[in-house]
Design a protein around this ligand. Sequence first.
Ligand code: HEM
Length: 452
Amino acid sequence: MSVPAPPKPPARPDKVSLWRYLRLFKSDILSAQPARLYRAWMAEFRTPFFRSFLLNQPELVQKILKDRPDDFPKSSRISEGLRPLLGDSVFLTNGAVWKRQRRIIDPAFEGGRLKDTFPAMWAAGEAAVARLEARADGTPVEIEEVTSHVAADVIFRTLFSIPIEHEIATEVFHRFRAYQRAQPILNLAAFVPLPGWMPRFYPRGTRANAKIIRGLIRRLTAERMEAIAAGTAPDDLATKIMTTRDPVTGAAFDTDEMVDQVAIFFLAGHETSASALAWTLYLMALYPDWQEKLAEEAAGLARDFGAVSRLRLSRDVFREALRLYPPVPMMVREATCPERFRDRAVPKGSQLVLSPWHLHRHTRLWENPDGFDPTRWQTENGKQCQREAYIPFSAGPRVCTGAGFAMVEAPLLLSMLLRHFRVARVEGRDPVPVAHLTVRAKEGIWLRFTPR
Ligand code: HEM
């Protein structure tokens, strides 16, 4: 069997009618884009109501994310679909409110605290191995479901010290899946010519579902508030966040604010990791020699946080999977004042699209941009691109809070799984990437598991 390249969605022709563009968008944001975006430094999309620009030039990406982030807040156009669920969570806010939220949340994710989350991650990994043992007879398994399950388990265990089997955790997990499936594509509003004042309609049941999810999270949060007051709370991420006071104002989150934050930790923390882990496992089936190398490395794994730092190959492979299949394919910011980029006028109110998907496969930046090569991180080109053109977790002050967490979680879970199982492709069922809330596969990712 010849080894195919990692799957890439087809690009659309350069010129299409607005009608066709909208239709393509409805099915998938990635194949709605023309191939020239893989080599352009900047591209403009004109709509009757506003303009949007896709920015690939590293200097421009740096300007938006790192040098002047306050001048380019998150675009409100993309928040609409998520607001019923996430309220005023750190993912959606801007300005002073956002800064205060990060001051309270960030300490919980600092390096030292990561060590404390390790036993919960390990326990979730063992539970995932046990669940898969029953299915490891070579029959095809849809692994996005498997990785969602384990990633959700990690979040509940690290945040609230409860496993996914806990009654509330199970219900939240299932309802989130339904919510996510009903979501319109996250960034659609940034490209599509709807005026900002036009009301957005949510699919039927979305608001009701969001209300139920928030009610469940409220129960967990209120119980935890009581346990903290009684001095019986476990030492986990929820307790840490709920007992941290803002060093500037001295105030901690109240229950309402904490519900918003828990909702985003759950969504951002499990959707993304699940997507990345599923693509990584698929790549391991596509490149069995890498799979063998990782299994060999994993043989030395022990239930000890220090052992994670020795998973060097697993980390390089995961980094490469995040390059090829960045779970958050695009991010949108808004220009709050008129700008000039590459000698072109960028009016106030323009939507600025940063696309990890295109930047990570840019043909003028990366050697072998569409190929799978985990050794690239040791090359000059790989190192330079990692600094300038690699943003799976975004960059600058608004970088993903869970980046360090995810870089421990994923190599660990990957190693625990590959230590126990061999994974193989299912002929004729290779995945086609599509972007929903995160980068997923059109008809799931199917693999055969057998015991090692
Ligand atoms: C492979 C896994 C992950 C990837 C690729 C990822 C990626 C990202 C990206 C690209 C953003 C920025 C989005 C934007 O600015 O528009 C982000 C934000 C965020 N992520 Fe992650 N993430 C991952 C895992 C996690 C985990 C495990 C957590 C928490 C436990 C988490 C919590 C958050 C939060 C709270 C934000 C909002 C930060 C802010 O706006 O200030 N993420 N993530």
